[in-house]
Design a protein around this ligand. Structure first.
Ligand SMILES: C[S@@+](CC[C@H](N)C(=O)[O-])C[C@H]1O[C@@H](n2cnc3c(N)ncnc32)[C@H](O)[C@@H]1O
Ligand code: SF4
Length: 475
């Protein structure tokens, strides 16, 4: 395939639209020549698409031009709006060429709700923003409504430059799940790194505490994620949590793998005022759990949940739609089983097959798009019927059916950290390997990022340099 674009800076974005319709292999073998150009005659932007070639055994020759009258505001942000219009037109062309409509239309980003808020600001109301998603961005009415509902349930967003969230990453797990492309490593295979990691991490946490003091920040939430923080021992958890003594209303520790949860560790979490944990089934099918490399059974999930009940933590449970060729009925059973347990939060993910996961090496197959679409639609309807509300939403690359992940909550049980990190409306001070800190400037509605290194050994060896870089971002 050839993709010629007069202005190279839009190449990557247009390729993302092409990737919505074709897999990497298909793109390599695609016999289509794209020529995209535009001219700007203030205030009229003209875009030109010239696509020739052969697709699906048929000759294709498309030559289309579109013009837009840009508003003054759009001219001021010329690149942004040119990119937007080019992407939408390319989507329209490929949609009719392949006779395919995608649930999220021309959107390629991971945060549809951020665009929703932007449109709401531009157009003046949520209803107009929803209509714009449907009419211009070609998002299906159903998904535009999901974005609308999610933003309606985000009233806990509090814009205040002094309030910050604290994130700590523990990149260890008990074993590697086949679908996972996070950096976390099986703890028994990197045992020699665990103690040096904790030492470096505590050093970074202390540097962050200094930043908090100097800037008079107020810590709003704490989130310890991963990986699986509870893959550490009770004593190691105790040491890390002892550093985090801020009086927050929301303190999450992910305890995702039920096989890591013990009474001793739950006691440590309670002692340090943790308020929320996650215990993640992913599925209740023992066959699938085995196939995806999770060393626990569905019975272990229920046991862990019952063990945690007396502690009164808010509990989140993650499920994944599309695992290991599961049928709709298997997914439905998992969802209903999860509902029986009545956790405060349920997060429904769509399987994403990333290049770095074992699945992408052909060790498993993904569920059929139609089946997964049915699962996602069913979970939305069923969770709403059972009193849950969708409150955060994100997409990842390579998701089956180009669908999404949605976090649901019982009334008033939202995890504020999840909203802040998805909508990028608060400063997040993040510690640990691969942790990304974000400094939020509310006046300019701008985020400045600072990413820590991914590699464990690099994180440990370069901790002083990492801390200096972070101090620079928060100067
Ligand atoms: C970073 S993981 C941490 C959770 C925890 N370690 C566990 O597995 O229980 C967060 C969630 O992302 C989801 N996830 C991870 N890899 C995924 C993939 N390839 N596709 C869809 N969801 C995925 C899973 O539901 C997982 O619980
Ligand atoms: S899905 Fe969770 S438990 Fe599994 S390897 Fe990834 S981070 Fe670890």
């Amino acid at each position: 395939m050839n993709l010629n674009i007069t202005n190279e800076k839009y190449y990557d974005e247009l390729l993302l639209v092409i990737k919505l319709f074709f897999s990497e292999d298909e793109i390599e073998n695609l016999n289509l020549d794209f020529n995209v150009s535009y001219t700007f005659n203030n205030p009229v932007l003209e875009t030109h698409f010239d696509i020739t070639g052969n697709y699906n055994n048929g000759d294709v020759s498309i030559n289309k031009s579109f013009s837009y009258s840009l508003t003054k505001e759009q001219i001021n942000k010329f690149d942004k709006y040119t990119k937007r219009f080019l992407k939408i037109e390319l989507y329209n062309i490929l949609s009719s060429l392949t006779n395919t409509k995608l649930p999220w239309g021309s959107l390629t980003g991971i945060r549809p709700t951020k665009l929703f808020y932007e449109l709401k600001k531009e157009l003046g109301s949520s209803i107009l923003a929803k209509n714009e998603l449907i009419n211009t961005f070609k998002v299906s009415p159903q998904k535009a409504n999901v974005a609308y509902e999610v933003t309606q349930n985000q009233s806990k967003i509090e814009i205040n430059d002094n309030l910050v969230d604290l994130y700590v990453n523990i990149p260890f797990c008990t074993s590697k799940c086949y679908y996972c492309s996070f950096i976390s490593a099986p703890i028994n295979k990197c045992a020699e790194y665990v103690e040096p990691y904790i030492t470096a991490l505590i050093k970074e946490i202390n540097a962050v505490k200094n930043i908090i003091n100097k800037k008079n920040y107020i810590v709003k939430t704490i989130y310890i994620g991963g990986g699986t923080p509870t893959a550490l021992s009770a004593e190691q958890l105790d040491r890390i949590l002892s550093e985090l003594t801020y009086p927050v209303n929301e303190f999450t520790v992910e305890a995702g793998r039920p096989d890591t949860i013990t009474k001793e560790k739950l006691d440590v979490l309670k002692k340090h005022n943790v308020t929320r944990i996650s215990i993640n089934p992913q599925t209740f099918s023992n066959k699938t759990l085995k196939e995806i490399g999770r060393a626990h059974t569905s019975e272990d999930i229920i046991k862990a949940y019952k063990l945690a009940l007396p502690y009164n933590f808010s509990v989140n449970m993650d499920l994944i739609a599309g695992l290991s060729n599961e049928s709709f009925n298997t997914f439905k059973k998992s969802l209903l089983k999860t509902l029986e347990l009545e956790p405060d939060n349920i997060t429904i993910h769509t399987l994403s097959v990333k290049r770095t996961s074992k699945l992408s090496e052909g060790e498993g197959t993904k569920g059929e798009t139609n089946e997964v679409t049915k699962m996602i639609d069913f979970s939305y309807k069923t969770l709403l019927e059972n009193g849950y509300k969708p409150y955060y939403l994100y997409k990842q690359k390579n998701m089956v059916g180009n669908l999404e992940n949605i976090g649901y909550t019982k009334p008033n049980k939202e995890c504020v950290f999840n909203i802040d990190s998805m909508e990028e409306v608060a400063t997040i001070l993040a510690c640990g390997a691969n942790a990304i800190s974000k400094r939020f400037y509310s006046l300019q509605n701008r985020i400045e990022r600072n990413a820590n290194v991914k590699n464990l050994a690099d994180y440990i060896n370069r901790i002083d340099e990492i801390i200096r870089k972070k101090e620079e971002t928060f100067k």
